[in-house]
Write a protein that binds this ligand. Structure first.
Ligand code: BES
Ligand code: MN
Ligand code: ZN
Length: 490
């Protein structure tokens, strides 16, 4: 359940609520963040000193709870760390998320973080309060915070919170899709869920089934999907961008609902994480629906290939040559490099609509984790647009770094029989090789970006900020930021 999100004005010292949240900065000891003045006055100006006694330092992710015993109306004060330095929106988002997690089981909380950055505080609350309990039969754990009132005196507060709530909902949708297990979320079901989400906001949906994919010449999706009894799909969602769209953006996302590796089977240890191999698809579906909800003046089309990569007597094999959509041939040397095969079809299909920009995102390589770790997406593509997307990823707090597509790697993909092979003979630069492969299917001159989200889309560690275990919803907020940037600047 999503917490009920509101904006409110008035004093946090006299508001009726179960808890009041304030921010604490880490300076030389804890320092009260802006927005907490009335609460400090109720404590006779001694709140920072009191928090220091309770062990507060103001560092990020720190939560200190103090019973108020009538000093303020609410019985509980929750002091959340904002970290050091100038307070950025991401610091507010994370602190708000940490507070929301600590408020599980609470009915109504009032947060002064809205006075620092209302949108960030709202997004952090919704994302930090996220839980996925569909498969818990014992009601395990406390319910998420029921209602959060964000204090703000801004004239446009209602609008800001409404927008943030839509963003939060889109990220939560992407998380839900990723967290749904692969026995229940397979291509046909995934396609139906995308359709339901799209129809709810009145955007166009087209779904190609396995027969139509084979008939239509989608050799990549057909090849990868043929080993499973759960047949592949290609989903297309189109949002027209209102009366006068500024530009046309094509989104493409990898939708492998489970990746065993196929005949080139993966080791059993850790294979369960391959339930998240549709994180790119989840993000582009959620973002396209979000663009419609926010009525962005940009036309957005999502092209989403969905398949389950299984070993079986009908599976594609190492040595097979696939004829991709558009006619290029690919020699399959490793059936575990399946993402690039379904994406190649989807990229060629997406480019047929003549978009101004193409952004593709995928849990494409383990090499992304080796190169950049678990929290930073690798951003590749055409130079200028790649840098623009990487900058947006950092600005929105999702974090991305530009990586090169090195020309000398292309001959390493030369095939004995086909136009190109799907892997090289070595594991070096694996993230970049995958990008070099995809580049072969992007029309020359089209500004494009490839976001490898293998690590950042699925969180395996303990919770921090607004990030909890499982699907993170990355890169929904980056994609939104890019769409907004295109809406504003073309
Ligand atoms: N889905 C995986 C990549 C992946 C690995 C995502 C770890 C998330 C966490 C992808 O299909 C894959 O198997 N890639 C191979 C490519 C290799 C065969 C060239 C890999 O990274 O090992
Ligand atoms: Mn694979
Ligand atoms: Zn995969």
């Amino acid at each position: 359940m999503s917490p009920d999100l509101h904006t409110a004005s008035g004093s946090p010292a006299t508001v009726e609520a179960d808890a009041v949240v304030i921010g604490v900065l880490a300076a030389d000891g804890p320092r009260l963040a802006p927005g907490s003045a009335e609460v400090d006055e109720a404590f006779d100006g001694g709140l920072a000193a009191l928090l220091a006694v309770a062990g507060a330092t103001g560092k990020a992710d720190e939560v200190v709870k103090i019973p108020t015993r009538g000093t303020i109306t609410a019985p509980l004060l929750v002091a959340v760390g904002l970290g050091t330095g100038e307070v950025t929106p991401e610091q507010v988002r994370r602190a708000s998320g940490a507070a929301a997690r600590a408020l599980a089981g609470t009915g109504h909380a009032v947060s002064t973080l809205g006075r620092i950055d209302l949108a960030a505080a709202a997004e952090g609350s919704l994302l930090g309060a996220y839980t996925f309990t569909e498969y818990r039969t014992n009601g395990n754990g406390k319910a998420p915070v029921g209602k959060v009132s964000l204090l703000s005196d801004a004239a446009d507060a209602e609008t800001v919170v409404r927008t943030a709530a839509a963003v939060g909902a889109a990220v939560r949708t992407a998380r839900d899709l990723v967290n749904t297990p692969p026995n229940d979320l397979y291509p046909a079901v995934f396609a139906d869920r995308a359709k339901a989400l799209a129809e709810a906001v009145g955007i166009t949906v087209e779904i190609l089934d396995d027969a139509q994919l084979a008939e239509g010449g989608f050799g990549g999706v057909t090849g990868v999907g043929q080993g499973s009894s759960r047949k592949p799909r290609l989903v297309r969602l189109s949002y027209a961008g209102g009366p006068s769209p500024r530009a046309k953006v094509a989104l493409v996302g990898k939708g492998i609902t489970f990746d065993t590796g196929g005949i080139s089977i993966k080791p059993a240890a850790g294979m369960d994480q391959m339930t998240s191999d549709m994180g790119g698809a989840a993000a582009v579906i959620a973002t396209t629906v979000l663009a419609a909800t926010l009525e962005l003046p940009v036309a957005v089309t999502a092209t989403v290939p969905m398949a389950e990569n299984m070993p079986s007597d009908t599976a594609y094999r190492p040595g097979d040559v696939l004829r991709m959509y558009g006619g290029k041939t690919v020699e399959v040397l490793n059936t575990d490099a399946e993402g690039r095969l379904i994406l190649a079809d989807a990229i060629v299909r997406a480019a047929e609509d003549d978009p101004d920009y193409l952004i593709e995102t995928s849990t494409l390589t383990g090499a992304q984790l080796v190169a950049l770790g678990q929290r930073t997406m690798g951003v590749m593509g055409s130079d200028e647009f790649r840098d623009r997307v990487a900058a947006q990823a950092r600005a929105c707090g999702e974090d991305g770094w530009a990586m090169p597509l090195l020309d000398h790697m292309r001959p390493e993909l030369d095939s004995r029989v086909a136009d190109i092979a799907n892997v090289t003979g070595a594991r070096f630069g694996g993230m970049l090789v995958a990008g070099v492969f995809l580049r072969e299917f992007v029309p020359a001159g089209l500004p494009w970006a490839h976001l490898d989200i293998a690590g950042p889309s699925f969180h395996t560690g303990g919770p921090y900020g607004y990030t909890v275990k499982g699907g993170t919803g990355v890169p929904v907020r980056t994609l939104l930021a890019v769409l907004q940037d295109i809406a504003a600047n073309g």
